[in-house]
Ligand binder design. Sequence first.
Ligand code: NDP
Length: 452
Amino acid sequence: MSFVDDIMANVKAKNAAEPEFHQAVEEVVESLELVLERRPEYRKAKIVERVIEPERVIMFRVPWVDDNGDIHVNRGFRIEMNSAIGPYKGGLRFHPSVNLGILKFLAFEQVFKNSLTTLPLGGGKGGSDFDPKGKSDNEVMRFCQSFMSELCRHIGPDTDVPAGDIGVGGREIGFLFGQYKRLRNEFTGVLTGKALNWGGSLIRPEATGYGAVYFAAEMLATRSENLEGKTCLVSGSGNVAQYTCEKLLDLGGKPVTLSDSGGYIYDEEGIDRDKLGFVMDLKNVRRGRIKEYAEKYSSAAYMEIDPNAGHNAIWDHNADCAFPSATQNEINAKDAANLLENGVYVVSEGANIPTVIEGVNLFIDAGILYGPGKAANAGGVATSGLEMSQNSLRMSWTREEVDAKLHGIMKSIHTAAKETAEEYGSPGNYVNGANIAGFIKIADSMMDQGIV
Ligand code: NDP
């Protein structure tokens, strides 16, 4: 049995019914075979076996009362995956699909991603199967307060610093921070993604989307190209999708699609700044559906998601670039084939593992510029790291300073992934490059710290 088969058999046996976790582990360990051949001391120290086992998993009851006085019970989680290079760091996701396996896959990805950022950040992830959609602000507040009442025992500015993810934006971070402060009686940088008035960093809301576009620009630069005039498919319409569109517009790109879980819009004239402003108001203030975009702009068509189609029609349009920015496995093998047939040759993943492994292999075999999420979307957590630094210094940097640091970090991540891929015999393969570069820093740190 090969090393990968052996590891995967164990992972599947020990973590049954966690397919997304299996997928994330498989993608990484496949890249690591070469490293382990060159560095047998990692095998001996069982670094891979240790890295796939969370340092700690916290699971708890979250009871809350709705506006009618009815009681609900959700499940809360925090996965403290790896602290070899810094305090646990990673977002909280509130979505009905959340379960242990999904959060373990996200926490596992986060470890390597955070290592790539060049900052001292360990990896974690958490959340709940609570669905903020359709809830009043007061209901969201009561849920967040109940969630934090337990979580606050396990986190802290030097221990574990959560942030946002799907379903957790500025509003939720505010409620969570308020409750932490109340219970612990300390004003401290325990969460990132805070509002500017109380410790947030400029550019943090923009960072993941901006970073995914900077990463695409870096990949294009290796072919002496840029984003000017490029037609771009963007999925999602939340935080990452919105700021991906904004940075694409800054750099001369033309985003033509956005989506939510109901369907997607295709605007052949392009989503310009005014239209993006409409989307931001629709999604962040009115909390409406993307369908309304097509009702407002006649240049756009709305297509409902067809769960029986076997593919996602958003990926079936002629374009140059794709920025999947909604959720995991939103590009299946058929979608990946459609993207390639439609001329897409740049894929920069804002979402975490949005492409199934067969799709990733199609991209790599086709030799397109494919930036996997753990490299391309690392700008979000990197800027969270910058928010932590500003909190510790009790200073705030200007928009230009933070953006320049973010841009520099994305360039470093790109260079590390590119050069590591070359060093390990797979030039142009950013998957191998990112996995190996992220892993080596963690592995060396774990070796230094003994068997813990
Ligand atoms: P938001 O909640 O702001 O937006 C998520 C968007 O994706 C919404 O438009 C949502 O539609 C859509 N979506 C979510 N789940 C599904 C689904 N199952 N099927 C179809 N559409 C779906 O989240 P973010 O923008 O923050 O996160 C998007 C992705 O980016 C996630 O994979 C996240 O892990 C990743 N990411 C986020 C970072 C951040 O800083 N926020 C950092 C790094 C990665 P609807 O409203 O209908 O649910």
